[in-house]
Design a protein around this ligand. Sequence first.
Ligand code: DOR
Length: 434
Amino acid sequence: MDIIIKNGHIIDPSQGIDSFGDVVIEKGKIKEIFLLNNKNNKDKKRIKKSDEVKIIDATGLYILPGLIDMHTHLREPGYEYKETIKTGTLAAIKGGFTSLCSMPNTKPVNDNNVVTTYIQKKSLEEGYCNVFPIGAITKNSQGEELAEIGSMIEAGAVAFSDDGKSLMNSLLMRRALEYCKSFNVPIISHAEDTFLSEYGVMNESSLSTSLGMRGIPSAAEEIIVARDIILSELTGSCLHIAHVSTEGSIRLIRLAKERGLNITAETCPHYFTLTEDAVLDYNTNAKVNPPLRTIKDVHAIKEALKDGTIDVIATDHAPHHIDEKNQEFDKAPFGISGLETALSLSLKLVFDGILSLSQLVEKVALIPAKILKIPKGTLKIGTDAEITIIDLNRIWKVEPSSFSTLGQNTPFAGWELKGKVIITICRGKVYEFN
Ligand code: DOR
């Protein structure tokens, strides 16, 4: 089925487009883009309207390249009670994402080409969006021996991380960076000094003391951010720092970038939307690793998004079963289910004048594609037609019970958010949401 999306406001930073127009899709690829008042529009009459052409009226809506989440926990294989490839990718589509990267902390861990291939095969068979697996840096993510990085790359892994755990052995991290450099793939660092954070369940502060909960100091993150920047300089390898949560990490990353190092960084919507106060009533849905920090950190993250120190917004979608989150705060697992709220929470940055919509699209589509070296995040002619159409004015209420993800663990339940995905186009299918 061919598609014409008409009269939308097209935003595509990869081509510098921020203009009204139409997008024509033929055989699943972008065929033409007609911008208002562009002389190429005379070609428009060449496009035949037939029964096989679906016309989408995007009047009043924004047309964006399909979003890319470079940090998702899909949980399959092994933890299908938390999430499956099917439910996770459907949640992605609902959230406007047409591609995602799946973190390797599954069971078994994605530390070899068999698991990498399994995830890809299952995604093609049952998934709704593109899935790019991230392989583990070390076997079983145990931090003791390098995993089969080369064979996972051959099988399609696009990056390597022991996310969920920190690789504490600096020599292994150095070797992994050197090895990945020869393949030109990034290492994604979960930065946490586990000696400092051990048994911590929330940010370390006067609040953790008054709540009687063990804290995770900012230094636990910052020490490993500093170490990995130093190792990236030593090896010249590309390093991506996951889920940045502290002002101190930002200071280190900003300095590293000023010095021209090969470093990129991401944060997640919860780190610029919430503070540690979200756990005041022992709400386990706000228990996340790294933990929610202070208002000073929130301000620093917004500033870093604005000045480009933070390149990417990722979800760190971490679905858990409701029974796991319904435990004492100490026992509940870390994680927030993020795919279905990420875009709307991030649009607040646009409404507040921190980012333009085009800059936001760079952080959720174009830059992830560049870091991962995948031909996505663009509406360039000839590329796969992966498109997200949003209504900036639509106000909707977060109702976890109507999520597509199995993980209802969100601290945003009941929130009214502005800006909503209306249509996602992926792999030749049009998904419409109201
Ligand atoms: O909160 C988190 N949950 N942080 C991580 O790094 C891992 C994730 C998970 O896998 O649940």
